[in-house]
Design a protein around this ligand. Structure first.
Ligand code: ATP
Ligand code: LTN
Length: 329
């Protein structure tokens, strides 16, 4: 069975973007691949965090993974910081990467544009930690949203460089970007990615939002002044974003949805979409409420930790040895 690895960082509440761009796909992939999914808590420390909020979010993401349909019998779910090999491998890969290539990472460039003096070092080096997260497990594929493609490509370059310097050691993985929904946009500013750190809370939908609030956010999403339900990313970014959400959540094609709402204007379209989103998130919330305070969540994370840490520990010990560290060949 081919293997996949991916993670989400607990820097805020999960959004509909995280669900459509990442988690929903993990749920499909667990049927066909050996899937490792983790909570990237070390990555959260790239910005300063409130400790008690961080701890709550770590468990929240684990509970949402399961509530969204990840099955711990099929997928290995674990917390990154509980496996020290991630940080250790990150250091070895820092010794295999260049400042020049990290400087080219667009996410870093965006984040450091305003005030690079107050950006933490870890924000700069974080793609290397992400490479470590991936390469430790020798996956074939890394499913991520659009914004993370460049980081997976960096991981590939680092793996190839390590292999050419030290002999074949890491598998070089491929990124897997979803065909639809790789970039769900902000509902109020549809040229920007929907993000938990967005400007207005009307722009993003959280998996924890009250269902009525979700419906209102969809109904007040920015569209354009004509009334045609038609996909056109350049000219009609708002309606195109809503069509993408509708299509991914209903399994109808964009063309089928466009047909369904010919000559109806935006009102009915938005009303139906509001129902679809609220119903699906409502089901997720029900399962989340059942699991969040149960003992089962800890058992799942313990089992995931045991399985993942064996693989990661072996790999880091072999990497140390490959590089001439320690005493053992
Ligand atoms: P932030 O938006 O706070 O900067 P993030 O949501 O991009 O963070 P993560 O939570 O680690 O960061 O992202 C987890 C996964 O969700 C990644 O694969 C990312 O590409 C995907 N993702 C995040 N936002 C969206 C979005 N708006 N549309 C599609 N996929 C998304
Ligand atoms: N950097 C990613 C989260 C992340 C990740 C990973 C994704 C950390 N490690 C390994 C895939 C594989 C983000 O910010 N979205």
């Amino acid at each position: 069975m081919q293997r996949m690895v991916s993670g989400i960082k607990p820097t805020g509440e999960l959004t509909l973007g995280n669900y459509i761009g990442a988690i929903k796909n993990f749920v499909d992939f667990q049927e066909k691949y050996e899937l490792f999914v983790f909570i990237a808590d070390l990555h959260a420390l790239t910005t300063i965090q409130d400790k008690s909020k961080l701890r709550k979010r770590i468990k929240d993401i684990a509970a949402f993974y399961i509530a969204c349909g990840l099955d711990p019998e099929k997928a290995t779910i674990f917390i990154q910081s509980e496996i020290p090999a991630h940080s250790q491998m990150s250091y070895l890969l820092e010794c295999t990467s260049y400042v020049g290539e990290l400087n080219r990472m667009t996410q870093y460039k965006d984040k450091s544009k305003d005030d690079s003096a107050s950006i933490q070092t870890s924000m700069f080096t974080y793609p290397v930690l992400m490479a470590a997260d991936i390469l430790l497990y020798d996956p074939d594929f890394v499913p991520v949203g659009d914004d993370q493609k460049q980081h997976v490509e960096l991981a590939r370059n680092i793996a190839e460089r390590f292999n050419s310097r030290n002999g074949e050691f890491f598998k070089v993985p491929e990124p897997v970007i979803p065909k639809a929904g790789a970039r769900i946009m902000d509902l109020q500013n549809p040229t920007k990615k929907m993000s938990k750190s967005g400007d207005t809370d009307k722009g993003y939908i959280l998996l924890t939002d009250n269902l009525n609030l979700i419906k209102n956010k969809i109904k007040s999403a920015v569209t354009d002044s004509d009334t045609l339900v038609k996909f056109d990313k350049e000219k009609k970014p708002g309606i195109s974003n809503l069509l993408t959400i509708y299509s991914v959540l209903s399994n109808l094609t964009i063309a089928e949805i466009e047909n369904k709402y010919t000559n109806q204007g935006y009102g009915n379209f938005k009303k139906d979409l509001a129902e679809i989103v609220a119903t699906q998130i409502g089901k997720i919330q029900e399962k989340y409420n059942q699991i969040i305070n149960s003992n089962k969540l800890n058992q799942i994370l313990d089992a995931g930790l045991e399985k993942a840490s064996k693989i990661a520990h072996k790999k880091i010990m072999k990497a140390n040895s490959k590089l001439g560290l320690g005493r053992k060949k």
